[in-house]
Design a protein around this ligand. Structure first.
Ligand code: PMP
Length: 287
């Protein structure tokens, strides 16, 4: 089945969808995105993603596209026409294509933002084997720009980070700035000591994960302690458990950091419990 995508008001087969070579995202990574997961044909935490999208647009002074209020309907339509039971919906909004290349932002009166959405079909997304086996991660220096709270399409370094991990025989990388872990290449990072979850506090240094917000809320409701503070890779190696969160991985255990096994070297019980609660509650609230 050919995938149907959405581009600037039209639903099209993917091979007929086109964006200008002068699009600011192509030339300058001048665009933002969101990823919303689909479980059982329904969207997980759509409201949270829409809110963060609006914030990303505001922070970059990108005009809110006229279609903004229809985004839920567009997500649902793509899920429907592509017959997605479990999967992901990617959304990208760029500053548009002014018809030439210039560092100066185009006039928003005459250049409309580009809006693109596409789906990925991922049957069994919530039953990923990695949830049972756990992930191995390496640490790398965080050399990204200083506004990681904005979800831009500027993903080259995270992509390089994944390649560094792969080359090292690991699954992903945690990035380190001034000796402290910021986040994973495409996820937020956590360690657990006893009954306490430790994760970096929100700032411009990390993406304000939608999954992070939900998981910390569920953790507090389940009587776990939450400390939002910096931690080092050395502290992480000594932790009882570690995990990551993202809209596509949900809650995923980490079992090894820079070659050092955590705890018993298998996914931890608290991480498994958090994953279960997150998936149960998210499915209940899905729309
Ligand atoms: N940090 C980074 C750098 C990410 O790319 C992502 C996933 N897009 C996250 C954190 C997790 O955010 P969310 O839970 O909203 O998917």
């Amino acid at each position: 089945m050919t995938r149907t995508v959405y581009v600037n008001g039209e639903y099209l087969p993917e091979d007929e969808a086109k964006v200008s070579i002068f699009d600011r995202a192509f030339l300058m990574a001048d665009g933002v995105y969101e990823v919303t997961s689909v479980l059982g044909g329904k969207l997980i935490d759509f409201a949270g993603h829409a809110k963060r999208l609006e914030r990303s647009l505001n922070e970059l002074d990108i005009k809110k596209p006229a279609v903004f209020d229809d985004l839920l309907e567009i997500h649902r339509e793509l899920v429907r026409v592509n017959d997605i039971e479990d999967g992901l919906v990617y959304l990208q909004i760029t500053r548009g294509a002014p018809g030439d290349r210039d560092f100066v932002f185009p006039d928003p009166e005459t250049t409309e933002p580009t809006v693109v959405l596409f789906t990925q079909n991922k049957p069994g997304l919530a039953d990923s084997p990695a949830a049972k086996t756990g992930m191995k991660i390496i640490s790398i220096e965080d050399v990204r720009w200083g506004r990681r709270d904005i979800k831009t399409v500027q993903l080259l370094y995270p992509s390089m980070g994944k390649m560094m991990a792969k080359k090292a025989g690991a699954d992903d990388a945690w990035m380190v700035q001034d000796g402290h872990v910021t986040e994973g290449t495409s996820n937020n990072a956590y360690i657990i000591k006893g009954n306490t979850i430790i994760t970096r506090a929100l700032s411009n240094d990390i993406l304000h994960g939608i999954t992070r917000a939900a998981v910390l809320r569920f953790a507090r409701e389940a009587q776990m302690q939450v400390e939002e503070r910096n931690f080092t890779i050395d502290e992480a190696k000594e932790a009882d458990e570690a995990f990551i969160t993202s809209a596509s991985a949900f809650v995923m255990p980490v079992i090894e950091i820079d070659g050092v096994a955590l705890g018993d070297g298998v996914p931890g019980a608290r991480t498994a419990r958090l994953r279960e609660i997150y998936l149960d509650e998210s499915r209940k609230a899905a729309i």
